[in-house]
Design a protein around this ligand. Structure first.
Ligand SMILES: Cc1ncc(COP(=O)(O)O)c(C=O)c1O
Length: 347
């Protein structure tokens, strides 16, 4: 018998969304940005490539300074991560002893469950209401760490601000507000950092900054919290290419604000057209929508779309087994999705 820790052996492991290895798919399943970053970010890349012999900056200094300018905080209040998943992992390992508890919602980003379990910590789950929303503050004095994503997947809406504030006020541990999708919404929670000393905001460059393949994210908090998290971080957690391209992207705010607006416009159109086809569709503050076809099982819709090379996300979770989650693509991709759905609807 191999000496595998019980908590690892008992964890099923995280199931990421499918990344098809053959071309031709319209990929609307993992909330990537449908638009590439601007071509100008690649200027100077060759110089970086020629330096691959050398270790990258261990503290991602230039990148953190660029992030500090965008988010309006000093760079010593920012930790850079290999994707925001890295930040979430570092948070569990910094604040929670095995055997202690981590709290989160029943319907949210499923990685919270995996990283808590493999750490040997306990899970305290809070139910969302029948519209999949947080309907009261999440009060949990036993939790060393509370994960709350706002906007929260798979629904995609921002959490109620007053409930979130009360959650932070009452928490005995750390509250990590995961803002992976916040650039597609009207609101962020950076002001919480001034009001509460137990809050971390996590950000990712995978969605709004078109860099899912580069794996870059941030944690923003007090200097004291960031200093402790830095001890847990792998010393060279971001490679030099990721640091370089992410810094360039952060310095192209105008370009990306245009991209976010395009995504939001397409989101409005998709919601309207799906509703016209009889779907239940929730409003969304993210680059995806949660929707139920009504005239067909959601799992059938997922399978039939996939047969026609359109990939959306279907979750086996019993509360959302009637739903699929659709990422916002380009207008052409959404046309292809809608045309395929119309054909299925008519047949
Ligand atoms: C709520 C939430 N947080 C974090 C992430 C992970 O982002 P990253 O690519 O930065 O690791 C995701 C990815 O889907 C997400 O949905």
């Amino acid at each position: 018998m191999l000496p595998i820790r019980d908590c690892v052996r008992q964890t099923p492991g995280y199931t990421p969304g499918e990344q098809p290895q053959t071309p031709g798919f319209t990929k609307l399943n993992t909330n990537e940005n449908p638009y590439p970053p601007p071509q100008s970010i690649f200027t100077g890349l060759q110089t970086e490539l020629e330096k691959v012999r050398l270790y990258p900056d261990p503290v991602s200094g230039a990148l953190r300074r660029a992030a500090g300018r965008v988010y309006g905080v000093e760079s010593d209040r920012i930790i850079a991560g290999n994707g925001s998943d890295d930040i979430l992992n570092i948070a569990v390992r910094t604040f929670v002893n095995p055997g202690e508890s981590v709290a989160f919602l029943d319907l949210t980003y499923s990685l919270y469950e995996t990283i808590t379990k493999v750490h040997g910590a306990n899970i305290i789950q809070f139910s969302t209401d029948d519209k999949f929303e947080l309907d009261k503050p999440l009060i949990c004095p036993d939790a060393k760490l509370i994960f709350l994503a706002s906007p929260n997947p798979p629904l995609g809406k921002n959490l109620n601000r007053a409930y979130l504030e009360e959650t932070c006020k009452q928490a005995q541990g750390i509250v990590l507000i995961d803002e992976a999708y916040v650039d597609f919404s009207d609101d962020d929670h950076l002001d919480f950092l001034d009001k509460f000393n137990n809050v971390i905001i996590s950000k990712t460059m995978s969605k709004s900054y078109s860099l899912a393949g580069m794996r870059v994210g941030f944690g923003i908090s007090s200097q004291e919290i960031i200093e402790e998290m830095n001890k847990v971080r792998d010393s060279y957690n971001l490679d030099r290419i990721a640091q370089f391209l992410a810094t360039q992207c952060l310095e192209n705010q105008d370009y990306f604000q245009g991209v976010w607006q395009k995504v939001r416009n397409t989101r409005t159109r998709l919601i309207k057209e799906l509703r016209a086809l009889g779907f239940i569709v929730f409003d969304s503050d993210s680059n995806f929508v949660l929707t139920s076809p009504q005239w067909m099982e959601a799992s059938d819709l997922y399978n039939k779309l996939k047969e026609r090379q359109v990939l959306v996300r279907y979750f086996k979770h019993p509360r959302i087994s009637d739903y699929v989650r659709i990422s916002i693509g380009t207008d052409e991709e959404i046309d292809r999705l809608l045309d395929t759905i119309k054909t299925l609807h008519e047949s």
